[in-house]
Design a protein around this ligand. Structure first.
Ligand code: UDX
Ligand code: ADP
Length: 463
């Protein structure tokens, strides 16, 4: 079966970049990305590709090339489903905020709505591809809805988890470590796997495309994220011990990373990991383990989150303690709000929690982030419901430049590792601050020696 028409439900951080790259690499395939959110679709269709709603290096160029040729963004979900042979589901699956599994399980209501819509609209056989990260055995639920509410047409469900990381989405998609496709081991299932495999084979060599059963594929995604997050929590745990013992976590990371069995990546101690995946997927894993009665497995993975929460809190505590145990009415400048560099995504960013802690201590937070708007920052704080929106509004100030944000500050805290922070005129920042001028480098990106020679009191993570 040759695929010529694809639809993707969900024009977010996963669906948008993934479909843009498929469209660029497969000019013969018509790719239609649909979303309920009218503003988001309008932004994807903005005549100036620089204004697309998701910031990813290299993405606007790809959108500019493919949009209108074989890449289309629209809110007409029914039409896109009807026309497509293959439908990707890339809607959000946040952690549940209500009911059973609150704070742990994935909320599958958006997935279920998609499945019901596909069932209602589809008049021909379709291949449905799960792109969103889902708990194991969700494909079964999707299949049940499709088969029981559909128009008698055949559906094949594939699991094709996304491994792209934000900030490097385009290069990850163009040159993936692997593509994983899970499907049924029936002849129809194998035919569907082959159809999707042939889409990726337009630019990915076949030895990098793995096929498995559906459950292995779904669980591999959760496992990959759990292992990656665990590395960060492990090195962050060591960072606290380094601070007590006089060891330097950067040196420790380098020394262990040169062991080829461990490897050098994902060993950067930080203020704590954020992003839409790690916490959510581990909580999901923990919930699944608990639901099978595997309490030791659940506790083991939950500790990765416990450590991460501790790391964020430890950072805000250190700021308060170092500033003579009070930050009330002091101005703390935040460099960065996004959960990592090169993205405008702020989901679960450590900055939100550190700001929340410091505002509890009555600090004034002044933020500069090159890609995040004030509206987004305020919404992030309000979402925590720690205090009134009016109070958040009062305690949070946002500036167009780092120099403005740092002007008159008692301390600067680096929350995101944006490259530009390392290129600043730090003497100029020092001159504009209260003395002693403190720097809390939550990403270990600044040159400690240089800052100390200017006169800063420098605090990194793990040294
Ligand atoms: C992650 C996975 O990497 C990706 O494969 C999956 O598809 C989605 O989840 P993402 O959340 O976009 O991607 O970013 P990632 O680069 O993994 O970073 C996650 C968080 O960990 C960030 O807050 C980052 O700053 C932090 N991090 C990462 C560290 O603190 N130290 C490190 O060494 C690496
Ligand atoms: P991710 O990081 O997983 O891509 P996002 O929240 O960025 O998550 O994107 C998910 C998108 O899915 C949102 O833009 C949301 O509006 C869209 N969405 C959710 N449910 C539906 C639905 N039933 N039909 C169409 N779009 C949907």
């Amino acid at each position: 079966m040759k695929i010529t028409k694809i639809c993707c439900i969900g024009a977010g951080y996963v669906g948008g970049p993934t479909m843009a790259v498929i469209a660029q690499k497969c000019p013969d395939i018509q790719v239609r990305v649909v979303d309920l959110n009218e503003q988001r679709i309008a932004d994807w269709n903005d005549p100036n590709p620089e204004n697309i709603p998701i910031y990813e290096p290299g993405l606007s160029e790809i959108v500019a090339e493919a949009r209108g040729r074989n890449l289309f963004f629209s809110t007409d979900v029914d039409k896109a489903i009807d026309e497509a042979q293959m439908i990707f589901i890339s809607v959000n699956t946040p952690t549940k905020t209500y009911g059973k599994g609150k704070g742990m399980a994935a909320d599958l209501k958006y997935i279920e709505l998609c499945a019901r819509q596909i069932a209602r609209v589809a008049k021909q056989n379709k291949i449905v591809v799960e792109k969103s990260t889902l708990p194991v055995r969700t494909a079964e639920a999707i299949k049940s809805i499709l088969d029981n509410t559909g128009n008698g047409v055949q559906f094949q469900i594939l699991s094709n988890p996304e491994f792209l990381a934000e900030g490097t989405a385009v290069t990850d998609l163009l040159n993936p470590d692997r593509i994983l496709i899970g499907g049924d081991t029936t002849p129809e299932g194998e035919e569907a796997i082959e159809a999707l495999l042939n889409v990726y084979a337009n630019w990915v060599s076949k030895d990098r495309i793995l096929t498995t059963n559906v459950w292995s594929s779904e669980l591999s995604k959760l496992t990959a994220n759990a292992f990656l997050a665990q590395r960060i929590s492990s090195i962050n745990a060591m960072s606290e011990l380094c601070e007590k013992t006089g060891a330097d976590v950067n040196e420790v990371a380098k020394a262990i990373g040169m062991d080829s069995r461990i490897g050098p990546k994902f060993l950067k101690a930080s203020v704590g990991f954020g992003g839409s995946c790690f916490q959510k997927d581990i909580l999901n894993l923990v919930y699944i383990a608990k639901s099978y009665g595997l309490s030791e497995v659940a506790d083991y993975w939950e500790q990765v989150i416990v450590m991460n929460d501790h790391q964020k809190r430890r950072f805000s505590n250190k700021i308060v303690q170092t500033l003579y145990n009070t930050v009330a009415d002091k101005k703390i400048a935040f460099l960065g709000w996004a959960f990592k560099k090169d993205t405008n995504d702020t989901r679960e960013s450590a900055a939100i929690y550190v700001a929340d802690d410091l505002i509890n201590e009555q600090a004034k937070i002044s933020v500069y982030d090159p890609k995040v708007s004030r509206t987004k920052m305020l919404a992030d704080l309000n979402y925590l419901e720690t205090r009134s929106e009016k109070d958040n509004n009062e305690f949070l100030n946002v500036f167009e430049s780092a120099y403005q944000a740092c002007n008159g500050a008692h301390a600067v805290a680096v929350l995101t590792e944006w490259d530009e922070f390392t290129t600043y005129d730090w003497q100029k920042i020092y001159d504009s601050m209260h003395k002693p001028a403190f720097v809390f480098d939550g990403r270990n990106i600044l040159n400690a020696k240089e800052l100390e020679s200017i006169g800063f009191v420098y605090n990194g993570i793990g040294s």
